[in-house]
Design a protein. Structure first.
Length: 302
């Protein structure tokens, strides 16, 4: 049986433009689910925040139900949905989910994919996009990211495959993804930031009349280096053990500083992880158990 996504569609007036907003691509990321649930209620009740909206908004609070029911990043087949797109209609549960998501992305005019750092990571709030070869798509993505109004805007390599944004890239749908902390929590501030961000994007796309908020963007970084944007490979742990750090997302750090230490299981000498860049801590491991090769964090060069 092919997976069908639970989607909630709202239209007012002409169908275009069509904005797609998704959460729950990973099953352990909760602010996106809560924020999209809030948006669904707002549209259903004709809340003042969305009154008079124009076009079509499709909301999917939990893309990856298999992973969500496990309380895990990945579904029951062990595959990461964000490495599986565009998927297969006749594949495993995650491949089918990726296929259904990809079909939905292709139907949209604009796309916003909401994430967090999940159970093990915390990400300084950001709006990101790929450095698209199509100049108009790239300009639209920059506008959307700025409108979302999180502290960091991050443009990265367009060559990472398997993602929701790589599907959008291939069909020239302007798309951004957003991150807001994580650590297996669901913070009210994150929910509010995501709800506001989505409404801000609607206003930027002329789908909603809404006053411009105070600008909260502090950093804008565009990096076309291969692999930029791949958070799970940076600053790997030198061994398996207990990870300890005194840092938090957003902290300044200099090349040569200690990001943290890993205490091996046999209680031999702790092994430091030394920063190789100067900038801010964009991503930080907050789940103390770490396996050799796992990323303990990402530093954004600003």
């Amino acid at each position: 049986m092919t997976v069908s996504l639970r989607q909630f569609r709202f239209q007012n007036g002409p169908a275009a433009p069509h904005l797609l907003i998704t959460g729950g691509v990973h099953g352990d990321e909760f602010e996106p689910i809560a924020a999209i649930t809030t948006l669904i209620r707002s549209f259903r009740t004709d809340d003042s925040a969305v009154q008079g909206f124009r076009g079509t908004v499709t909301l999917v609070p939990i893309v990856n139900e298999s992973a969500f029911l496990r309380g895990h990043r990945c579904g029951e087949d062990g595959k990461d949905l964000a490495r599986t797109c565009p998927g297969r209609a006749d594949g495993t549960i995650t491949e089918q989910t990726a296929w259904a998501l990809s079909e939905l992305i292709r139907s949209a005019d604009y796309y916003v994919d909401l994430h967090t750092g999940g159970t093990e990571l915390s990400v300084y709030p950001l709006a990101g996009y790929v450095m698209h070869a199509n100049e108009q798509v790239l300009l639209d993505q920059r506008r959307m990211a700025k409108a979302f109004n999180l502290p960091v805007i991050w443009g990265t390599s367009p060559h990472l495959e398997g993602r929701s944004l790589s599907v959008a890239r291939d069909c020239n749908v302007p798309a951004i993804y957003c991150e807001y902390l994580g650590s297996a929590t669901c913070l009210a501030a994150g929910i509010d930031a995501y709800v506001d961000g989505c409404l801000n994007v609607m206003a930027e796309l002329k789908m909603l009349d809404r006053a411009s908020p105070l600008d909260r963007v502090a950093y804008v970084v565009e990096d076309t280096n291969p692999g930029s944007g791949h958070m799970q490979v940076c600053n790997p742990a030198p061994c398996t053990g207990y990870f300890h750090t005194s840092l938090k997302p957003g902290d300044r750090i200099r090349s040569g500083d200690v990001m943290g230490i890993v205490i091996p299981l046999d209680q031999t000498e702790p092994k430091p992880i030394i920063a190789e860049q100067t900038g801010i801590v964009l991503v930080l491991r907050t789940f103390p158990r770490v396996q050799q090769g796992d990323s303990v964090g990402v530093i954004l060069d600003v």
